[in-house]
Design a protein around this ligand. Structure first.
Ligand code: UD1
Ligand code: UDP
Length: 356
C-alpha cells in the first residue's frame, strides 16, 4: 500500500520516527512535512538524530494564525494528495498539521489513520482539543495509546477501527534512549537540577500565567534548565519579563539531549504532553503546569501533579513528591506500538498481542 504521512511539529517527528521505520518495511511511505515547525532546533535536528527519512515534500507553510495556517496546509495537502494518489493517510497527535492532514484526506475520501486517538482534555478552548476531536471523527483507523482513550472514543460513538496499541512515544524511547547523553557544556550534576518546558498557548500568551510560572521556577531552590520554545522566547521578550538567576534559559535541545536532561533531573515542570509521559517513564516526579491533562493515568500514583500556573500551588506540590518506592506501573504499552499499527493497517500478521 502507499501511505502518505503528514508531520509538521516537533512531537510529530518523535512519533513518526518508529512508525515510519516499521511502515517502510512493508509499504511505500510518502513523507510530507507541512513546515509548521521550521527552525533547525525544532525540526531538522530530529530528522538527523532519529534517522527519519528526508521528507518527500516540505510544504513550507510556516507560522500564522490558526485559520490561515491550517487553511494553507489544507489547500497544499489536497493538491499533493491528488497528485500522489495514496491508498491512505497517516496523521499524529493534535496539531494544526494533524487537523489539515485528516480533513484534506477525508474530503478526498481517503482513509485516515490517526495515531494517538481518543485523548481529551475536555477543554475546547485548547486548539489541540478541536484538532483531535475532528481527526478522530473522520478517521478510519484510530490508534489509541490506552484503554481509557478507547473508552472515550466509544463514549463518543466511535467503536469501529479502534485499536489499543500503546503509545508510539514509548517506541521512540525504547529505540533511542540508550543514545541519550547529558551535554557536558551545561555542567550539570545528575539529580541536582530541575528541568522545565513551557509552550502551551494558555500559558505563554497569558501574562499572568507566564509570570506565575517563571516566579515559581525562580524559587524552587534548585538550578532550573529551561529549553525555550520559540513561542515562549517571543512572549517573554514581548511582556518584558526577566527571570531569576537560578533559571538557565537555553535554546530548544535535540531529542537525545532532552531525554538525558529528563532522566537526570530531580524534578520536571512542564506543560508538554510528551514530557509528562517521559518524566513518568524515567521515574522523575513531574509537576504539570496546566489545569488538566490528557494523560490522566500519570496522575494516579502521584508521579505527576496538576499545578496550573499559580506559584503557591506549584511550591506546595514540589514538597509532596513521590519516592522511588511509590508504585510506577507501565501505563502506555511496551514500546511496540509501531508493529501493532502496521499489522492493523493491513498486509502483515500481528506478531504481538493487544495491550490493555
Ligand atoms: C504546536 C502545536 C502544539 C504542540 C507544539 C509542539 C498547534 C495548534 N499547536 O504549538 O499542540 O504541542 O506545536 O511544540 O498546532 N515558531 C518559531 N519557529 C518554529 C516554530 C514556531 O519561531 O520553528 C514560533 C512562531 O512565532 C510561531 C509560534 O512559535 O508563531 C508558535 O508556533 P506554532 O507551530 O503555531 O504553535 P506551537 O506553539 O509550536
Ligand atoms: N523535546 C525536545 N527538546 C526540547 C523540548 C522537547 O526534544 O527542547 C521533545 C520531548 O522530549 C518530547 C517532545 O519533544 O519527546 C514533546 O514535544 P512538545 O513538548 O513540543 O509538544 P507536546 O508533546 O506538548 O505536543
Amino acid at each position: 500500500m502507499k501511505f502518505l504521512t503528514v508531520v509538521g511539529a516537533r512531537p510529530q517527528f518523535v512519533k513518526a520516527s518508529p512508525l515510519s521505520r516499521e511502515l517502510r518495511k512493508h509499504h511505500h511511505e510518502v513523507l510530507v512535512h507541512t513546515g509548521q515547525h521550521y527552525d533547525h532546533g525544532m525540526s531538522a535536528v530530529f530528522f538527523t538524530e532519529l534517522e527519519i527519512a528526508e521528507p518527500d515534500h516540505n510544504l513550507g507553510i510556516g507560522s500564522g494564525p490558526h485559520g490561515a495556517q491550517t487553511g494553507a496546509m489544507l489547500a497544499a495537502l489536497e493538491a499533493l494528495m491528488l497528485a500522489e494518489q495514496p491508498d491512505a493517510v497517516v496523521v499524529y497527535g493534535d496539531t494544526n498539521s494533524t487537523l489539515a492532514g485528516a480533513l484534506a484526506a477525508a474530503k478526498l475520501d481517503l482513509p485516515v489513520a490517526h495515531v494517538e486517538a481518543g485523548l481529551r482534555s475536555f477543554n475546547r478552548r485548547m486548539p489541540e482539543e478541536l484538532n483531535r476531536l475532528v481527526a478522530d471523527h473522520v478517521s478510519t483507523w484510530l490508534f489509541a495509546p490506552s484503554q481509557s482513550a478507547a473508552d472515550q472514543l466509544a463514549a463518543e460513538g466511535i467503536t469501529g477501527g479502534v485499536h489499543v496499541v500503546g503509545d508510539i512515544m514509548m517506541d521512540a524511547l525504547r529505540l533511542h534512549s540508550r543514545r541519550a547523553v547529558l551535554p557536558p557544556s551545561l555542567g550539570l550534576t545528575s539529580g541536582k537540577y530541575a528541568l522545565a518546558t513551557v509552550h502551551r498557548a494558555e500559558n505563554t500568551d497569558d501574562p499572568g500565567r507566564l509570570r506565575g510560572i517563571l516566579r515559581a521556577l525562580g524559587v524552587l531552590g534548585l538550578p532550573v534548565i529551561l529549553p525555550l520554545h520559540p513561542r515562549t522566547q517571543k512572549m517573554i521578550a514581548e511582556f518584558g519579563f526577566t527571570t531569576a538567576d537560578s533559571i538557565r534559559l537555553v535554546e530548544p535541545v535535540g531529542y537525545l539531549e532532552m531525554l538525558a536532561l529528563e532522566a537526570s533531573a530531580a524534578i520536571i515542570l512542564t506543560d508538554s504532553g510528551g514530557v509528562q509521559k517521559e518524566a513518568y517513564h524515567f521515574g522523575v516526579p513531574c509537576l504539570t503546569l496546566r489545569d488538566e491533562t490528557e494523560w490522566t493515568e500519570t496522575l494516579e500514583f502521584g508521579w505527576n501533579r496538576l499545578c496550573g500556573a499559580d506559584p503557591e500551588r506549584i511550591a506546595a506540590a514540589a514538597l509532596q513528591l513521590p519516592t522511588q518506592e511509590t508504585p510506577r506501573p507501565a501505563l502506555y504499552g511496551d514500546g511496540h506500538a509501531a508493529e501493532r499499527i502496521v499489522a492493523a493497517l493491513g498486509g502483515v500478521k500481528p506478531a504481538l498481542t493487544r495491550v490493555t
